[in-house]
Design a protein around this ligand. Structure first.
Ligand SMILES: Cc1cc2nc3c(=O)[nH]c(=O)nc-3n(C[C@H](O)[C@H](O)[C@H](O)COP(=O)(O)OP(=O)(O)OC[C@H]3O[C@@H](n4cnc5c(N)ncnc54)[C@H](O)[C@@H]3O)c2cc1C
Length: 368
């Protein structure tokens, strides 16, 4: 075997005799959890690879550019409660990649009710040009070649004391990786599919209790409708409305937010509504959502909406949050799951979970 057990931070590919690309640690997913984990792991000098199935980093911190507009269509803002995430955001702020948006939004029970302004003095943050700025900035700080986009992991299994990851490169086809440990940040139902595909079942390398706990995690879906408008929207400053119930859960004005050069709205449908309409034709969903946000569009949508785009998030927000910041599916070799379904939801919860999982992996590998 030519596999290296040594620690190097270089990004030059190393291969085992069976052709697997070798890394000390493979991270599945370049969302905020995977990237914060990779940043933490890089400090230990280990060779880390982050595999991301999409074309770019960010995951659910997502920004779409179309029709001259810039729209965040996943996470809309983030807050800071802990010191570790606060340190990352402070550095991103100093680099010009993150900034504050406001200290609270308008709220209403549903789209049919009057709005109440509920600024609470607690900063809501955003990426400077859109929410992807923060994950992209973290990815840019890692050694070149650490984050590999366009590579979808298809199976995670154990072989000869290491973890074997089968993957599909969008450009080059099937490939495989061998790692001393793996940190998995995909939405939990997708992570469980990866373990099943790799033969990691209860008693077959995977901890039965861990699998059962992961099996309890569910997510709400979410439709995100983005509208480019002819004239500024009627959303009151600072450009966001949170609805407690009903078909619309959130409405944002991306121009007031400071990311779009032209008037553009992002509307999120509520979890229950999105679940019911999940398989409906996209045009019907977009028509209905456009009608629901009509009170905040200046004029008849037929003429006032220049362009629109609909995104369907299957796993938008976890409805179950597990109590621990990570769940180890295997201890030797270590395979650990983390992300926003672990100990704390949302952007900061995912980042904190990723960093906790990285520290656990470092301790486990250090003592093995
Ligand atoms: C519509 C919506 C609105 C939201 N609003 C807010 C908000 O306002 N504030 C807030 O704090 N949070 C919000 N959130 C939640 C926030 O976006 C998430 O909690 C956070 O981004 C999750 O980060 P993560 O790294 O755990 O997961 P993700 O961001 O989902 O990252 C996982 C990554 O893994 C990749 N991946 C998955 N499977 C594979 C595979 N097999 N191989 C390779 N890569 C794979 C995915 O492409 C993705 O990039 C919102 C989410 C959505 C969808």
């Amino acid at each position: 075997m030519s596999e290296s057990n040594g620690r190097s931070s270089g990004a030059v590919a190393q291969h085992s005799d069976r052709g697997d690309e070798v890394a000390d640690i493979v991270v599945i997913g370049a969302g905020i959890a995977g990237l914060c984990a990779a940043g933490e792991l890089a400090k230990t000098g280990r060779r880390v690879l982050v595999l991301e199935k999409s074309r770019g980093a960010g995951g659910r911190m997502a920004t779409r550019r179309f029709g001259g507009a810039v729209c965040d269509h996943g996470a809309q803002f983030f807050t800071i409660r802990g010191r570790a995430f606060g340190g990352i955001v402070a550095a991103a702020h100093a680099a010009g990649m993150a900034t504050t948006w406001c200290e609270g939004f308008s709220r209403a029970p549903t789209v049919a009710d009057p709005l109440e302004n509920t600024a609470d003095g607690h900063a809501r943050w955003r990426g400077s040009r859109g929410m992807t700025d923060l994950p992209k900035w973290i990815a840019g700080g890692l050694t070149a070649g650490t984050v590999r986009t366009g590579i979808r992991a298809t199976a995670i299994g154990l072989a000869a004391g290491r973890v074997r990851i089968a993957a599909e490169d969008a450009a080059c086809g099937p490939m495989s990786f061998s790692a001393g440990g793996v940190l998995v940040t995909s939405p939990v139902p997708q992570s469980l599919e990866l373990f099943a595909a790799g033969g990691m079942t209860a008693g077959q390398g995977a901890d039965a209790e861990a699998l059962a706990s992961l099996g309890s995690v569910d997510y709400d879906p979410c439709f995100a409708l983005m509208l480019v408008l002819r004239s500024p929207s009627l959303v009151p400053p600072p450009g966001g409305i949170q609805f407690a119930a009903g078909p619309i859960s959130w409405l944002a004005d991306n121009q007031q937010k400071g990311i779009s050069p032209v008037p553009a709205l992002t509307a999120h449908a509520g979890g229950e509504w999105s679940r019911r309409r999940f398989d409906d034709p996209p045009d019907n969903v977009a028509d209905e959502l456009t009608d629901l946000v009509r009170p905040w569009i200046d004029g008849d949508p037929a003429g006032a909406v220049i362009e629109r785009s609909l995104h369907r998030w299957k796993y938008a927000t976890p409805t179950t949050i597990l109590p621990a910041p990570l769940v180890a599916v295997s201890a030797a070799p270590p395979v650990v799951c983390c992300g926003d379904a672990f100990a704390g939801p949302k952007v900061e919860g995912a980042a904190s979970s990723g960093m906790a999982a990285a520290r656990w992996l470092t301790r486990t590998l250090g003592s093995s």
